[in-house]
Design a protein around this ligand. Structure first.
Ligand SMILES: Nc1ncnc2c1ncn2[C@@H]1O[C@H](COP(=O)(O)OP(=O)(O)O)[C@@H](O)[C@H]1O
Ligand SMILES: [Mg+2]
Length: 366
């Protein structure tokens, strides 16, 4: 139950910049996911919030007070590491009770809180088991419970589910969300898994190469990515991004000659692309509609079945794209040509370096 402010936060290791100029406010009780590929600086950021690492530049404020000189133990932070750190010589119960005992909570209250947390995480039957020999799935649950039971004002989780199996991960996604709602903690959750971030977080903070690229609600970042990297990183598969040439004769259009398409542009977008040497057109795989006389034509390479959806891999020369269809859309045969359309409102435009062109087309949140 604390607001966190990261102000011009940075970290260098020798001459390597792991994090630069990170500015962000995480509201009291908010669930924020730090999302980005491996090595982008997520753990470095978390370790500075937790107090395990000192910032090289900038400041961290909890409820408007700088805490960079406050030792970790006095920050009121619970931390779950990627590699669950539990005491293997203790039982599940002793692990869960550890922090409460250290904080001087009475035995009666301790027992009650441990019992509640064990029930919540479905560990009741295992309370008196030694932890040595328990599965990774259970150990990660114990690690989460051990940090959560002390009800820290700030709960930091660094890829807590990346070592557990897929079925259990799905269960834990909803359990962690419920846990956070129940205790109204300020939660910072690190993950490289966009699905995890999209399904759990109130807001995403997308990072790459030590930089914060975009902060917003999952739907907002998904619909209006600031650049081609974010566009491709979110979604499964990510956004299709096709190179295009700007054509100005007879109204401004995008020439996508290799897919047969010529896309007229709205006056706003035309003004934004005017004079640019290169433009890229983005649309999501699920925004492709097969249409016999659609403006786009791409060859179907192969079809991949993922649950109820079919992912169609498309190509035109060296350009590739993917379409995602639900089970009632007829899927083209490999070797055939798919003609399709994309609605104007679903199109996104990026410059040659991949930055989104503004103004972005208006779009209602789904
Ligand atoms: N103690 C350190 N010394 C030198 N480089 C480090 C250290 N810790 C992290 N790094 C580097 O900083 C970058 C970001 O690391 P990290 O924050 O762990 O990334 P992430 O958690 O996003 O995968 C990586 O390139 C990593 O190798
Ligand atoms: Mg990490």
């Amino acid at each position: 139950m604390t607001e966190i402010v990261l102000s011009k936060l940075g970290k260098v290791f020798g001459d390597f910049t792991a994090l630069a100029d990170m500015n962000m406010t995480i509201a009291d009780g908010e669930f924020v996911a730090l999302l980005g590929p491996s090595g982008c600086g997520k753990t470095t950021t978390m370790n500075m919030i937790a107090g395990m690492l000192r910032p090289s530049t900038g400041d961290i404020l909890f409820d408007a007070k700088s805490i960079v000189n406050v030792p970790m133990a006095r920050r009121g932070v619970g931390f779950v590491f990627q590699n669950y750190a539990i005491f293997t010589h203790l039982t599940v119960r002793e692990n869960l009770a550890y922090g409460l005992k250290a904080a001087g909570v009475s035995a009666a209250r301790r027992d009650r809180q441990v019992a509640d947390m064990a029930e919540f995480l479905q560990l009741t039957a295992l309370l008196d088991s030694p932890t040595a020999g328990l599965s990774v799935n259970i150990l990660q649950r114990v690690a989460i419970g051990r940090s959560a039971v002390i009800q820290p004002a700030i709960f930091l989780l660094d890829e807590p589910l990346s070592n557990v199996d897929a079925a259990f991960r799905a269960v834990m996604r909803s359990e962690l969300k419920t846990l956070q709602r129940e205790f109204r903690q300020t939660m910072v959750y690190v993950t490289h898994d966009q699905l995890e971030a999209m399904t759990m977080a109130d807001r995403l903070a997308v990072m790459d190469h030590g930089k914060l690229l975009q902060v917003g609600t999952p739907i907002d970042v998904y619909n209006n990515p600031v650049n081609a990297f974010v566009a491709r990183f979110l979604g499964s598969p990510g956004m299709n991004i096709l190179p295009a040439r700007v054509q100005t004769e007879g109204g401004v259009r995008l020439d996508l000659g290799y897919v047969g398409a010529s896309q007229p542009l709205s006056p706003e977008t035309a003004a934004a692309v005017a004079g640019l040497p290169a433009v890229q057109l983005g649309f999501r795989p699920e925004q492709i509609t097969p249409e016999a006389d659609g403006p786009f034509a791409m060859g179907c390479v192969f079809v991949e079945r993922i649950g109820a959806r079919r992912i169609v891999h498309l190509e035109a020369g060296a350009i590739t794209a993917k379409a995602s269809f639900d089970h009632d859309t007829p899927v083209p045969d490999p070797g055939s040509v798919l003609r399709f359309s994309v609605e104007d409102a679903d199109m996104r435009f990026f410059d040659g370096d991949g930055s989104a062109l503004s103004p972005l087309p208006a779009r209602e949140a789904a």
